[in-house]
Each structure stands twice: as structure tokens, then as C-alpha cells.
Ligand binder design. Sequence first.
Ligand code: PHE
Length: 488
Amino acid sequence: MAEEAVLGFLQTKEHISDSHEFAASIGVSHTELENLIKSLKGFQIVDAQEITRESWVLTEEGKTYMVNGSPEALFFSAIPPEGISRSNLKEKLGAEIFDLGSKAAAKNKWITFEKDLVKRKVESVQDEVKNVLARINSGEAVGDQVINDLKRRKLIIKQTWKGYSLKKGPKYVSKRKKPETDLTREHIVSGDWKNLEFKEYNLNAEAPQIQAGYLHSLLEVREQIQNIFLEMGFEEMPTNNFVESSFWNFDALFQPQQHPARDSHDTFFLETPASTQNLPEDYLGRVKLVHESGGYGSKGYGYDWKREDAEKNLLRTHTTAVSTRMLYALAQQDTFTPKRYYSIDRVFRNEAVDRTHLAEFHQIEGLICDRGLTLGDLIGVLEDFFSRLGMSKLRFKPAYNPYTEPSMEIFSYHDGLQKWVEVGNSGMFRPEMLLPMGLPEDVNVIAWGLSLERPTMILYGISNIRDLFGPKVDFNLIKSNPICRLGL
Ligand code: PHE
């Protein structure tokens, strides 16, 4: 083992002068030895000094000559005692060896040219080039003159090695005790623990990456928001129907049939089935009346309400359609019970897709239905809800929704972005919406809605919504997302 070899060597010798030589002598790679040196150095068991060493190594051409002989020697050996014509020799040796060899052999004065004839000038020759290449290859030192010659012929090149010289460190031991990583029952029973060294905790070590499924950021944030609603005593509404009728999505919400949101430019209408058959007839009649001529203290819109428009199927544009169904169901009970409802689910709008808009997104919706609620209650609940999300600085701006009065846009001051950002929409449902359902007159509903994407993008610092949702989402983003902390 390399560690034993290093520590054993230093026990009797002053130092290891060159880690490369040492690695070669004990038959391990220098990289392996280097890793060991770093670890031993870390524990101050050895002192390591970096050294650089230069050595000459053979080029590919050099290696060929070391094996086959130099061109000049090959040239010489190919000449028979009586001489040979240039052309025959060239054919025998090949053009390259012939050219290189003839020059070098002539320079060495080994050969003469008599007209077309090549003749030996000496009896025999020593292939010094081949010999010296072999010596360099085995790490022997050779004279400068020779080195320069071989370098010029590009048979060798210089290589610089980084290595280490080693000596004992302040905590040198001839054999390193492997520190225990666990205290076991056996250690305690046998009493061994008294003599054992235990490895210290490395609190800076990176935790292993867990190769498992990861929740998408939207799901993480959804769960946190869901928990906030549950803490505040809200019940979840069943939102498992993406397809809705215009009646529940718009008409029941006192949204007039000419409203631009009801245009196919804004809303996805279904081709099949294009219309809904089952609508509660009594209630539908009251909704028609309130649109056409009002009632309950309202003048209505004064237009001809068309059943066909209410029957048109669409992909719901807001989860307020579900809130409406829930409130209607509540109104059908014999005795009224106050309720707090929430949902977080998908809605669809016919939007041009850009950095901040998708044609589908998730809506968070909350509502409280109780007797005698006021705008003050709405503001109080919103402050409670948003401060649990880490947004405690809120501002409200009057707004308009067909189904709420008063209505408020909600803004929150974002410390990171240093500005007020719109975070939601809210209001008190209008009597024109609640009374036709059959809810008692003194019952009010306060409600609010926001997208799940907006806070998620702010929390995770994502500026393009397409990086968060849809086919272009990078799985690594989800894998490496920090555990979400609200209020960042
Ligand atoms: N439905 C509204 C929207 O789509 C949100 C909202 C819900 C507004 C409840 C007021 C009350 O933005």
C-alpha cells in the first residue's frame, strides 16, 4: 500500500526527494501518490514541498528510431560492400528514410557518393542515436550536446513534471490509525471506545445528492399556501372540473353576456360538447331576471338575457366558478352555516403567451361566507393571509369586478424588488350574485384570488414563466431548487 510505503520510508530516511521517482519505485501512479500526499499533508503527517522537474521524452519519431534504428544507420546497413545505385537504395529504403539517412550518414562521414553509386566509407558503424534515445527513454541523463542535437531533429521534447519532496510532518506517525466513523454497540460492550479515535464531524461536507423524484416548485408553493389556508380554518373546494358552463363561470356571477371576457378572444369555448344541458331551472330563472331587470334593490343590466349563451361550455377562466357552485349549494341547505372555502387549481384564458403570461395558470382562491361581514373583515383576513406568506406590507386599490362591490386590487411591497407588486384581486360578492342563490339577506361573502405562478416566480427568482411551467421547463431547475422559504 502506498501509504505504508511513504510512512515506512520516512521512518528511516530524512526525506523523499522526488514523488515521481518514488511513485515509480513502489509501482503506483503519480496521481494516486499525489492524492495520498494531499491527505497526509492535511493531517500534518508529512510536510510536502512542491517541486518541478524537467525531463526529456521521445517524440513519436524518436520512439520509432529507438525501436527500428536511426535513418542514417538504416541507410548505412542497406549499402552492400560493393556499393549500390542511388535509385536502388531509394527503392529499398523508401524516400523518407533515404533522404534523412543520406544527409546524416554523409555528415557522419560514413558514406561517399561516386557518381550515381553510394559506397560505404567505413567498415562498420554504431547507431549512437538509437542507443542514446533508449537511454533517455529509461530516464538516464545524457550530455547537453546530444540533447541539443536530438531536440533539433525533433526526436525528443522537454516535459515539465510537478511533484513533491516529502519529509516528516509535526504529526508524523509510522502507521496512521484509521479514525472510526461510528460508535457501535460492540465498541461499548468491549470497552474499545476508550482507545479509539473518532473521526470529527465535517460540517462543511456537501450532502450527497439524493437521486429521487422532486416536487415541482409550483407544487411546493401550493402545499405551503394550502397549509396556510388549513391553519386559518378553510376547507378545500372540489375543483376537479376544468370544463364549466358559461352559466357558472359568468352568468351566476352577474357578469353580463356582452362582457368582453366572454368573447372567444379571451376565453376557450368547447366545440364538443358545445353546450350544457343541466342547469338548475329555478335559479337560472332568477339569474336571468337579475341580469335583465334587477331586483334585490338592483336595476340589473337591462338587456335580453339568452339561455344559449349561458349554456356554452368553456374551460373555466377562474375558480370563482367553483366558489359560485359552492355558495349555491350552501344556499340550498335548510339552515345557513358560515363557511371558509379555498382552492388552488388550474384556470384557462385565451392569452398571447409571453414572459409573464400563459394560456393556463393556477388560481388561488379564498372566500368566507358569514353574516354581517364587512370590508374591514376582508382587509383583516387579507393581512393575516398575506403576512403568513411573508408579505406583511399591503396596500389596496379600488378596482372593478362584475361580481364584487367593493373590489380591491392587492399590492404588496417586495423588499427584494424594492417596489409594490400586484399580488391579487378581492372583493365582496354583490347581492345580485348572492340573493338569487337564496342566501339570507344578512349573509356576505368576502373573497380574493391570486395566481400561484406569480408568488412562485418571485420566491424562486424566475423571470420567464415558461421556465416554470410548460414544455420548456428544465428538470435540473426543479432538482436544484432550494427548499422553498416563503417571504424571501
Ligand atoms: N376571479 C378573480 C380573478 O380571476 C379573482 C377574485 C376572486 C376576485 C374572488 C374577487 C373575488 O382574478
